[in-house]
Structure formats: C-alpha cells, structure tokens
Design a protein around this ligand. Structure first.
Ligand code: NAD
Length: 501
C-alpha cells in the first residue's frame, strides 16, 4: 500500500486488519471509494459483514484477556503509543494525501491535521502510567482503595470528515487505558484507517489490540454495536445514527460516548474587531467546505452592523479559490460524497423555498477549476429566521444562514434555540460580555474571538443533541475506565454474618 498519485489508472485494493493479519472480507466482497474531485473511484475496500466483525471482536477479546497486552506495564503501553505517534509524524504527508484523495478536504488542512495527530498519542501515552486509584478512609475496619480498570473491547465508529483525527480521539485514550479496539471508519473514507493499521503493526502492538474492519453502517457498524463482547461504543457521526446506536447499545448495557452534529451560532457583536470577525465567520463555515461538526452555520449579527458586515463577508468569501484540494492554493474543495452533495443542494432549495435572500452562491459550482467534482458554491443566505429549517437542521456543507439580533438577550435566546449544542462563537471586545456569553450559551465549546480551535488537552463534546461524554483532555481517559472498590478487612474477628455492614 502506498500513496496513490491521482493519475493512477488502476484502483488501489485494500485489505482489513484483523488479529494482526491482512484479510479480505469473508464474503470476498469489496466496494469502491471515490475521489470527490474527480467523482471517480480510486480504491477498493473490503465489505465486512457480521462474520468479519465477529472475528475482529473475538481477536480483540483474546488480546484483552490473554497474551502480552494485559500483562504489559502501563509505562510500556505509553511507550508503544508514543512510538505510534512518531510513526504517524514520519508518515504525515503520505497519510494526508490519502485523506484528501478519499474525502476531498484541502491538503493544507489535512497536512496540518496529520502533523498534529501525533500529539494525541504522546499526551495519552503519557497518561497511561498515571491512572491511579486512591486509598479511601471509610467508617469500617478495612483497608479500602479504588482501582481504575479498562473496560474490554471498545468499538470506535467514526465519520468521514476528519477520518484519522476522529479515530485518534478514540484510539489514543482507549489504548492508554489498556482496552483493545475494533475501529470501523466511515465507508466513504476507509483507506487512511487501513494505512494507519500498518503503523500500529510497525509500532509493535500485539495482534488483536487494534483491528480495523471496513464496511457499511447498517451491516458492519450495526453488527459491531450489537456484538455481546463489545463493552463500549465510541461514536462520531450524525445525531440520527447516534440515537440509533445509543438505543442498540442500551440493550447490551454498554458504555457509550457520542460526538454528534451541530448547528452552531457564531455571534458577531457591533463592538467586535470586524476584520477578525469576518475571517472567523468564513473559517466557521467555508473552511472544510462546511463539512465539520462545529461549523458556525448560523451567523448571528447585531443589527446595527448587519448590512456592513454582510457586505464585507460576501466580498471576502467571493474571493475564495475553489478547485483541486491537492493544491495548496485552493481554499474551498468539493463535498466528500454524492449523497452529501445532493443533500446540501437539497437544503439550498429548502432555504430558497422558505423565502430567504441569496447574497452569495446558491447552487452547484460549475467552474472549470472544479472539473467533474462535487462542488457547491459557497452560499450565504440573509433574511433567515431562526425557526426556518435552514436554521434548525444540520446541512454539513458551505451554506451560511445570517440572522440579525438586537441585544445580548436576543443573541442568547436565538443561539440556544436549537436542538444541538456543540459549539458557539462570540466576537466582541468587551470582556464582561464575553464571559457572560460563555456562561449562557448552551454548547460544549465556546470560542471568543476565534473559531475552530481544538487541542488534545481541551475537553470536546456536545450539550443537548450534540452528544454524550467528552473526548480530549485528561478526563477523556475516564470514558474508557471503570472503577473497582477493594476492601481488605482489618477487623480482629469476622462480624455477625447475618447483618450487612
Ligand atoms: P453517519 O451518522 O452517517 O455515519 C457515521 C458512522 O456511523 C459511519 O462509520 C457509518 O458507517 C456508521 N453507521 C451508520 N449506521 C450505523 C448503524 N446502524 N450502526 C453502527 N454504525 C453505523 O455520519 P457521517 O455522515 O459519516 O458524518 C457526518 C456527521 O458526523 C455530521 O452530523 C457531523 O456533525 C458529525 N460529526 C460530529 C463530530 C463531533 O465530534 N461531534 C465530528 C465530526 C462529524
């Protein structure tokens, strides 16, 4: 497997990684993965079903209960994770090209992401030997202490927009905690996870500790969530799938963490630095072609600067260069897959039907530099009311709804009046307003005078329909641990056996 150039005539054929071996699906079936810039297939990926999932989960269970992994000292686990981080760093450029080939995001974004991913393996590798229980003083004659232990086999199921980053947010803490993992990447972007598995092998992880199965949600993903040996499901994807996974996992009483969608308000006050806020609005929605869970897809602008702000925003966004995501010059790339492309165009029609004004874009991008790719024009709607579907539902594309507001109260009311609660942006030079807004906005992340910043050190997750649990930061490792209480009697005699104490 190597980094494929775009003019490759032959499809690259991948295998899955199960129990330390490279395998095809039991059925022998494969499916095509498309390059969003050319709209043509570029690779073939195994189509895993329930039997393949069972093999991977059984391997992960064996690796959890026997062999080297459970006996490994946590410091050795940490060292393995750091070695994996080094290997990702060494292969960052190659992996970034594969990501772009599969999901059409900009090479400038993906190269930066791949150079950053090793930090998660270093950070959680460092935490592996700092998982400490504590001695508890109780009212009983006993020496009592807690231990924090891994859960077992964890399923990691992720979305297509930042494939290796989203997988890493699960893998790094899960492995640091001593679990084993079966990763199922999105069916639209499986290649990078399979290339990554090779680095896991090279780093020296025992067979079965990390397995990658590729396939479709309803057959491969569903079988994984249902598997009785899976103890935890870590999921990134849409709220609808998240709800279904939560219900399925509940039947097996499994732990679940969910990173779901958003409809985040990016709120611009009249006292902002307007140059910064214009860039922040653009980065909030047009970077990554709007295909990010934290997209600032509702731009709330204080009424007295509304017209001036929109004019500057439109001028700035109009100049964005579209084209080949492999070029470092490109600023807006294609939409990742055909169903998503059709969905985005469908929402543009919905908005127009709701009576909004289109001040930029508003349809397919049919420019020569876009070739045959799935491109949508960066689109800005004004005259949007927060109750409209375009303001309530996640589009996951380069489509911005501008909504005016009068004062702080109204900004908070509109900002929070949505089912999601993933992120929010606030642009103001008033520190008091910044603090109050950060308190009152119902979102897992609030950015003030910046947008889209994330770090391995900072917890990330959603309020409301945007999810459950947190990734990143020290506490993320707790999502992959369970607490055991140990009692060692120090009593001089065994007390009355018929009475609870
Ligand atoms: P999706 O929900 O369609 O699919 C996500 C994953 O779930 C895929 O791997 C898919 O194969 C799998 N899946 C689908 N049905 C399944 C089932 N029945 N059982 C098990 N697995 C199943 O989402 P998507 O279109 O790939 O991604 C876009 C969504 O992801 C957006 O809503 C976006 O906001 C969200 N997202 C959230 C975050 C976050 O951290 N909060 C980050 C990125 C993307």
């Amino acid at each position: 497997m190597s980094s494929p150039a775009r003019d490759d005539a032959e499809l690259v054929t991948y295998q899955m990684h199960v129990d330390g071996k490279w395998v095809d699906a039991v059925s022998g079936e494969r499916f095509e993965s498309h390059d969003p810039f050319t709209a043509k297939p570029w690779s073939l990926v195994p189509r895993a079903g329930a039997e393949d999932v069972d093999r991977a989960v059984q391997a992960a269970q064996r690796a959890f209960t026997g062999g080297e992994w459970p006996r490994m000292h946590p410091s050795q686990r940490g060292a393995l994770l750091r070695r994996l981080g080094d290997l990702v760093a060494e292969n960052a450029e190659r992996l970034a090209h594969i990501e772009v080939r599969d999901n059409g995001k900009l090479i400038s974004e993906m190269a930066g992401q791949l150079r950053y991913i090793p930090q998660w393996y270093y950070y959680f590798g460092g935490l592996a030997d700092k998982i400490e229980g504590h001695v508890v003083t109780t009212d009983k004659a006993a020496f009592t202490f807690t231990r924090h232990e891994p859960l077992g086999v964890c399923a990691a199921i992720s979305a297509w927009n930042s494939p290796l980053l989203l997988a890493t947010w699960k893998l790094a803490p899960a492995l640091a905690a001593g679990n084993t993992v079966v990763l199922k990447p999105s069916e639209y972007t499986s290649a990078s996870a399979l290339e990554f598995a090779r680095l896991v092998e090279q780093a020296g992880f025992p067979p079965g500790v990390v397995n990658v199965v590729t396939g479709f949600g309803p057959e491969c993903g569903q079988a994984l969530v249902e598997h009785p040996l899976v103890r935890k499901v870590a999921f990134t994807g849409s709220d609808r799938t998240g709800e279904h996974i939560y219900a399925t996992a509940a039947r097996g009483l499994k732990r679940v963490s969910l990173e779901l969608g958003g409809k985040s308000p990016n709120i611009v006050f009249a006292d902002c630095n307007m140059d910064d806020a214009v860039k922040g609005a653009v980065s909030g929605i047009f970077a990554a072609t709007g295909q990010t869970c934290i997209a600032g897809s509702r731009l709330l602008v204080q009424r007295q600067i509304h017209d001036q702000f929109v004019e500057r925003l439109v001028a700035f966004a109009r100049s964005a260069r579209m084209g080949d995501p492999m070029s470092t010059e490109t600023q807006v790339g294609p939409v990742t897959n055909l169903p998503q492309y059709e969905k985005v165009l469908g929402y543009i029609d919905v908005a127009k039907g709701e009576g909004v004004q289109t001040v930029l874009g508003g349809g397919k991008a049919e420019r020569p530099e876009c070739g045959d790719g799935w491109f949508v024009e960066p689109t800005i709607f004004t005259g949007v009311r927060n109750s409209m579907r375009i303001a309530q539902e996640e589009v996951f594309g380069p489509v911005l709804s501008v909504i005016p507001f009068d004062d702080d109260e109204e900004a908070v009311a509109i900002g929070n009046d949505v089912a999601f609660g993933l992120a929010a942006g606030v642009w103001t030079q008033d520190i008091r307003r910044a603090l109050l807004m950060s308190e009152r906005l119902q979102a897992g992340t609030v950015w003030v005078n910046t947008y889209r910043a994330v770090s391995y050190q900072m917890p990330f997750g959603g309020f409301k329909r945007s999810g459950l649990g947190r990734e990143n930061g020290q506490d993320a490792i707790k999502e992959y641990l369970q607490t055991k209480s140990v009692w060692i009697s120090t009593a001089s005699e065994v007390p009355n056996p018929f009475v609870m104490r």
